[in-house]
Design a binder for this molecule. Structure first.
Ligand code: NOJ
Ligand code: CA
Length: 685
């Protein structure tokens, strides 16, 4: 795959001094004086930048002439100097940008990046805005000096008591159940929301994480997040009435970031539309990231994988070899067990087999006092690393490396070069990393600047070794996969694993129709779908997956990722060969994607055209029982197709129907509570 930049790049540096000759009217008298403004190419989104009398910077934004962000503060509290006020305008320039670029993998073959740029040069810093028809990116650029951040002052003053889909603010975990409340109810709901995860480290009774999805009374969808967070700490938001205030993750000393200029912050982003489908289809976050930094991307590819994993997550087996010697539970990562997975992968066109619990250290992985937990090069005696890799390669399958770090970061960084050498030696091309437990060095947090540097460092070192990365418990993604496409996916939210944690209530039926509007805004998720044995009694686990078999199949489309697991056990797939056929067939990389219907927390239906093929796949997922007509109007008008539908049924776990369709067909489907449907649509010769 080449990363050819499809160049229709026009850059009209207009260099206009936008002194607000025609202010857009977002600032009222006396609030601040508008000194610069910009309008998106299609004129739907407008932004204004203003300065108060004391030089305090402000911004505001509207969509189709309705205010979205009322005049809101910008700036910083720094250790070194005053960055709150005393700003003066030097110059403001607008520009037009329109290019189309080709991602290495993703939801569409090409992505258009079309915006109006606004560069506001102030005496102490520059505020750069990019204004799209579907949103805005805003970042700060520091020209000189040391910068030690006490807090970022960026605010998002909303126009009313919107509905919000939110999870509690937390410096270390995103594995909460999403809450839907009005803004005014966040504080009251917070204690209940916190109960959905183990830790209680939330920083404020009204603190929430991004991406946060909002909906106004008059049907506007607003999404707040950030893009390109590299050498910076992750942003959370604190609510004061209807204003979100930025709250950065602190370091071990309570500071929020240290930078040396010239440098800039991540983009603060707002996506906006009156059509919920555009929340999912508009690539704001990717567009605001830097182009691909890897020259040769030929080794990067989508991965469908199975793994010695669900057996441990459900509690049937262990990661830990020594426990198995005490005969409490069998060890999962034995040569014998892995062979079964390799054979199954080879027979079913599955690219890779993840093996967790292969390396020494799991005996004490939950001991948070240790600075050194694992060896990333020494296998347990019952895992024959050399033989298994040879066996897999002879069958056209690869093993996927697992590096759970237990968050002992300095030790992982020390061992990383050796760990990567081992991967290359045995022919691994992907690693799943994990960050369970408290970060060591102590006092640092999963979402702080220290850790954001670490995650990127791992991705970059992996790229040098042609290794793809799947990071679990890393900070919520901000589109860095555009620049580093070997970062295939992250977990960084409440994944499918929670269905095995009955004590934490599993994942409610609406969970996977919220995730596309929240966590997935930043990038693909390793959700680990494909559980077909919904009752977990086989593992001695009281849990039951909160969905249906067609609902599980739909997740491969509704939660798009170039890395998808078939998370259940081979023996369970053998029990359900017909449903498993869809998992075998479904593509992971796309030329086109059309969101047919979407409403946060209610339903998502999407049609996707496989990369380099005329085959389409459709996935529909719902929270509550519903019926819908799926139009086939995305199909080629001159062809007919064979459509196989996997759908919920009142009589059986699922029903499969095969029909002939054309672009004029509308297919009626009923979806069960927490269920959905999946379709494979193949052109007839
Ligand atoms: C949590 C991860 O999300 C899960 O996938 C993994 O199996 C465990 N940590 C152990 O590394
Ligand atoms: Ca996890």
């Amino acid at each position: 795959m080449t990363l050819a930049k499809v160049a229709t790049s026009i850059f009209l540096a207009l260099s206009v001094l936008t002194s607000c000759k025609a202010p857009l009217g977002l600032f009222s008298q006396g609030e601040a004086q508008c000194v610069a403004s910009a309008v998106s190419p299609g004129k739907t989104v407008k932004v204004e930048f203003g300065l108060c009398e004391n030089g305090e910077p402000m911004w505001a934004m509207s969509y189709k002439n309705k205010p979205v962000i009322l005049p809101s503060k910008l700036g910083f509290e720094l250790v070194e100097r005053n960055f709150k006020d005393d700003f003066e305008l030097i110059e403001a320039k607008t520009s037009q940008h329109d290019e189309t670029w080709e991602p290495v993998w993703g939801e569409t073959k090409n992505i258009r990046n079309n915006y109006t740029g606004l560069e506001v040069i102030l005496n102490k810093m520059t505020v750069r805005l990019r204004v799209y028809d579907y949103g805005v990116g805003l970042r700060y650029e520091f020209p000189e000096g040391e910068i030690t951040i006490k807090e970022e002052l960026t605010e998002f003053k909303l126009t009313g008591n919107h509905i919000a889909w939110w999870i509690p603010g937390d410096y270390d975990s995103e594995e909460y159940v999403t809450q839907k409340t009005h803004l005014s109810e966040i504080k009251e709901r917070m204690p209940e929301a916190k109960q959905t995860y183990w830790a209680d480290k939330t920083f404020s009774p009204t603190g929430v994480q991004t991406p946060i999805q909002l909906k106004t009374d008059d049907g506007l969808y607003i999404n707040i997040h950030e893009a390109a967070c590299t050498d910076f700490s992750t942003m959370s938001l604190e609510l004061e009435e209807y204003t979100f205030k930025t709250h950065l993750t602190p370091d071990a000393h309570g500071l929020k970031g240290q930078l040396a200029a010239p440098c800039h912050t991540p983009w603060r982003t707002i996506k906006i539309s009156d059509d919920a489908r555009e929340m999912l289809s508009k690539p704001l976050i990717l567009n605001l990231n830097e182009p691909c930094a890897i020259k040769d991307v030929s080794w990067i590819h989508p991965i469908k994988y199975i793994g010695v994993w669900w057996e441990m997550i459900t509690g049937a087996k262990t990661w830990d070899f020594s426990t198995s010697l005490e005969m409490t539970k069998p060890h999962g990562a034995t040569t014998e067990n892995v062979v079964q997975y390799i054979d199954f992968a080879a027979e079913n066109n599955i690219d890779e087999v993840l093996v967790e619990g292969w390396n020494k250290g799991w005996e004490h992985w939950e001991d948070n006092s240790l600075e050194q937990v694992y060896s990333f090069t020494e296998p347990y005696p019952d895992f024959d690393i050399k033989w298994l890799n040879n066996y897999a390669h002879n069958k056209g399958v690869k093993l996927m490396m697992h590096n759970e770090t237990a968050s002992a970061i300095e030790d992982y960084e020390r061992q990383l070069p050796e760990a990567l050498r081992l991967m290359r030696k045995y022919g691994y091309d992907a690693v799943k990393t994990g960050y369970c437990g408290d970060i060591r060095p102590r006092g640092e947090h999963h979402y702080g600047q220290y850790m954001n540097r670490h995650y990127l460092n791992v991705v970059q070192q992996a790229a040098e070794n042609h290794i793809m990365v799947n990071a679990h418990e890393a900070s919520r993604p901000t589109g860095l996969s555009r620049t580093w496409p070997n970062l295939l996916a992250q977990e960084s939210a409440r994944g499918g694993e929670y269905e095995a944690f009955a004590a934490k209530g599993g994942n409610p039926p609406e969970h996977t129709v919220i995730l596309p509007f929240t966590r997935l805004q930043g990038g693909p998720m390793d959700y680990t779908p494909g559980i077909l044995e919904l009752d977990l009694a086989w593992a001695g686990n009281p849990g039951h997956v909160h969905t249906t078999i067609p609902g599980q199949l739909a997740l491969y489309l509704v939660l798009p990722s170039p890395l998808q697991m078939a998370a259940d056990l081979p023996e369970h797939y053998m029990k359900h060969p017909q449903a498993f056929q869809f998992i075998k067939d479904v593509a992971l990389d796309w030329d086109d994607s059309r969101y047919l219907e979407a409403e946060p927390g209610e339903y998502v239906t999407v049609a996707r055209k496989a990369k380099g093929s005329d085959n389409w796949f459709v996935g529909g997922k719902t929270a509550e029982e519903r019926a819908t007509f799926v139009p086939m109007n995305f199909l080629d008008k001159h062809r007919s197709y064979t459509c196989t539908i996997y759908k919920d049924s009142p009589q059986s776990p699922y029903e499969i129907q095969t029909i002939e369709v054309t672009s004029l067909t509308r297919i009626f489907v009923k979806e069960a509570r927490g269920g959905g449907f999946a379709m494979t649509i193949i052109p007839k010769q």
